[in-house]
Design a protein around this ligand. Structure first.
Ligand SMILES: [Zn+2]
Length: 462
């Protein structure tokens, strides 16, 4: 397998540090708003990668952090008039819900920044001892000039860089580009005690500390959105390597979901929230849409493109259903079509893999038309194995459990109401034998009727 490594700007053969095992750290959300489809693309992209690695025989440990303390969360707490931790918990749940709606396998761990202050303090102590960080009135800064590789990940020279954003005008810094590892407490803000005083962590420090806490000083893949390369990931590498870790062997970055060519932002309104989009298409169709582009290509979002993707997926799903009706249920194989495997092994080239999938669907449809059961069954096995790797097998329990499927509840209600109406008519006509037969028929499928003053209610028998 080859993967595009941002740090070396090349496609490199992927070999895990520990044979048979892949460790991955993906930057998760700063939980200060409900996720829109742009936020969730990275979750889907790295879920496809993790699934493919697992299918290829690796044991995969995926860690995705939760940034639960940040300027934006504090600002939101102000506008929502509730504690910062309630804001963070609320939106963390919204993110978890969105990942689940889209069928993303939960990570092995989802560490919160505020739960890892001890590890952050240790890391800062190491950096200060090694001469890569210094404290100034309760703030702690990373000394970018002390680390020769600073700028390598993003391919920039220190002298070309602008001052670090959040502390640009701070005159206590040795260099304007030095960034904050730790920020001293401001009145009314949450803080934690450290040897340098009360304060709260800088965003970059969190990920270095948590990645090492869960995956060790060296791990295989660090992932995140393209906008994180600089400064977030540049600063993560600097902190971790300066403290003596090897850190990530591969850096993978997914491109953006764009609207009118621009990175999707929450200013575009609620219609792009995951929970809203899945009212216009089914969750499995949204996942198909988000996964269908190459992870390093921008995905231009529009309702028209979303509908087209839903139609394309329906065609595949329709084949799966008709083929299953004819050929019966199948066991998923341990292999996929070689061309599909080659496509995914080539830097997770999902568009090329989908072309292979579509060929199998076309062959399967031809076999269906000719009623060649054997050929239908082999196409079905091929197609479902490929869909399963991408997390969009419509017969997988993720999508069929229906526990929260409102449309099925509505259908069941309509059918039962029709039987209740027939029973009411029978009673009005004094045809009590028919009325009782309908009641028994419903009882046999677990539906009990209750006659009340304002009509008949039905319940599922417990
Ligand atoms: Zn991060």
């Amino acid at each position: 397998m080859r993967l595009y490594d941002t740090a070396s700007r090349t496609l490199r053969d992927f070999t895990p540090l520990t044979p048979g095992h892949v460790s991955m750290y993906v930057c998760g959300a700063t939980v200060q708003a409900a996720p829109h489809v742009g936020h969730i693309r990275s979750g889907v992209a790295f879920d496809v990668l993790a699934r493919w690695l697992r299918f290829s025989g690796y044991e995969v440990t995926l860690v995705r952090n939760v940034t639960d303390i940040d300027d934006k969360i504090l600002a939101k707490a102000e506008t929502e008039n509730r504690p910062w931790w309630a804001v963070a918990t609320h939106y963390e749940r919204e993110f978890q819900n969105a990942y689940a709606i889209l069928g993303c396998t939960p990570p092995a761990a989802e560490p919160r920044a505020t739960g890892h202050i001890t590890q952050m303090i240790t890391l800062m102590q190491q950096l200060i001892e090694r001469g890569h960080a210094y404290s100034a009135d309760g703030d702690v800064y990373f000394d970018v000039r002390s680390f020769a590789e600073y700028g390598n990940l993003s391919g920039q020279r220190i002298d070309d860089l602008l001052p670090a954003g959040d502390t640009a005008g701070d005159t206590r810094k040795k260099d304007p580009r030095d960034f904050a590892l730790w920020k001293s407490a401001k009145p009314g803000e949450p803080s934690w005690p450290t040897p340098w005083g009360e304060g709260r962590p800088g965003w970059h420090l969190e990920c270095s500390a948590m990645a090492q806490a869960y995956l060790g000083k060296a791990f295989d893949i660090h992932g995140g959105g393209l906008d994180l390369v600089f400064p977030h990931h540049e600063n993560e590498v600097a902190q971790s390597k300066a403290a003596g870790s090897d850190f990530a062997n591969f850096w993978l970055h997914n491109a953006w979901v764009t609207t009118s060519g621009e990175k999707m932002s929450k200013s575009l309104g609620n219609s792009l929230l995951v929970t809203e989009v899945v009212k216009r298409v089914r969750p499995i169709e949204l996942r198909w849409y988000l996964a269908s582009a190459h992870y390093r290509s921008n995905l231009e979002f529009s309702d028209a493109a979303l509908s087209e993707a839903a139609v394309a997926f329906s065609r595949v799903e329709n084949f799966v259903q008709r083929a299953t009706d004819l050929a019966g249920s199948i066991d998923l194989p341990a292999q996929v079509v070689p061309a599909f495997a080659s496509a995914l092994n080539d830097d997770l080239n999902v568009p090329a893999a989908l072309a292979v999938l579509q060929n199998s669907v076309t062959a399967g449809n031809t076999a269906l038309a000719a009623k060649e059961t054997g050929a239908v069954k082999s196409a079905l096995i091929e197609v479902r194995a490929m869909l399963d790797v991408l997390g969009v097998d419509p017969l997988n329990v993720t999508w069929t459990s229906g526990a929260n499927d409102d449309s099925l509840t509505e259908i069941a209600d309509a059918l039962i109401q029709a039987r209740i109406a027939a029973r009411t008519t029978a009673k009005a006509e004094k045809d009590f034998a028919t009325a009782d037969a309908i009641r028994d028929e419903l009882k046999n499928i677990g539906v009990v009727l209750e006659d009340g003053a304002d009509g008949v209610r039905w319940n599922v028998e417990r």
